[in-house]
Design a protein around this ligand. Structure first.
Ligand code: AMP
Length: 274
């Protein structure tokens, strides 16, 4: 992979990367299109990264369809799909990992200890192997995006991190490879997330600014749905990820729920900065 990248760099081409775990949907493809528009050549990494899954999480049943993914990525004009073997990525024992502090203590980091160390470590490795000039990440994984931005900044990598807005199904459900786990009934119930997001946005548009009350209301809305277990509802500053009492420019509402065996997340910027 690195030989190819070095050759691209020698020829003066900019490399864009979209890191993924595969099982592509329109969200992934939109990120690829953005990378294509912003760089000369595009690499998509496809790696179900074992070290970002905790014990009892869905590593073994994570959906995979390599052939379909290759066809879809090729259709978007992706130049290389980088799909390393686990053994090649992680010679045992794993002695070196990357930890981004503070930002990873909240939201998903609380319920998934070690998850963001796994993410930061694999992204660091992929960046070093692929040597991209820019990388595209989705706002769907809003905390991940904040962690990666900080990682790149703190380690002085000359890599532009580009955010892509959340891509949703026509009924509002944020696209996710994990949506394939949902039964027909659960798929229907899952709409409570995007409904809650829309409700929160309309409240804020009306001038409502009390984060604790909004969190209370959203929690109640979500719990009305049978089978939904709320993991967290938080209003945080979009940069620091610190909890906020008063909604202001850059505040983000972030939600995680469990629906049967499926964990779903969604978020929205409540108030856009000027
Ligand atoms: P994943 O394969 O789920 O690890 O996701 C790979 C990349 O695609 C990450 O940067 C995600 O944030 C992004 N992504 C996944 N789903 C969506 C979506 N619905 N909208 C925008 N980006 C997404």
């Amino acid at each position: 992979m690195t030989v190819w990248s070095n050759d691209q760099i020698t020829h003066g081409r900019t490399i864009g990367i979209v890191p993924t775990m595969g099982f592509f949907h329109e969200g992934h493809l939109s990120l690829m299109r953005l990378a294509k528009a912003r760089s000369d050549v595009v690499v998509v990494s496809l790696f179900v990264n074992p070290i970002q899954f905790g014990p009892g999480e869905d590593l073994d049943r994570y959906p995979r369809d390599f052939e379909r993914d290759i066809t879809l990525a090729t259709g978007e004009g992706v130049d290389v799909v980088f799909a390393p073997e686990t053994a090649a990525m992680y010679p045992e024992p794993i002695l070196t990992t990357v930890h981004v502090g503070n930002l990873t203590d909240t939201l998903c980091g609380k319920s998934r200890p070690g998850h963001f160390d796994g993410v930061a470590t694999v992204v660091a490795k992929i960046f070093n192997i692929v040597k991209p000039h820019l990388a595209v990440f989705g706002e769907k994984d809003f905390q991940q995006l904040a962690v990666i931005k900080r990682l790149v900044n703190d380690l002085n990598w000359d890599i532009e991190i580009i955010a892509h807005p959340i891509v949703r199904e026509s009924d509002g459900l944020a696209m996710s490879s994990r949506n394939s786990y949902l039964s027909v009934d659960e798929r229907n119930t899952a709409l409570c997330l995007s409904k809650a997001i829309r409700y929160a946005r309309s409240r804020v548009r009306e001038g409502f600014r009390d984060a604790d009350v909004l969190i209370e209301e959203i929690g109640r809305l979500l719990r009305e749905h049978a089978g939904v277990t709320v993991e967290y509802v938080q209003v945080v500053d979009g940069q620091s990820l610190h909890d906020q009492q008063v909604i202001d420019n850059g505040s983000v509402l972030a939600i995680a729920v469990r629906l049967g065996r499926t964990r779903l997340i969604d978020n929205t910027i409540l108030l856009q900065g000027d």
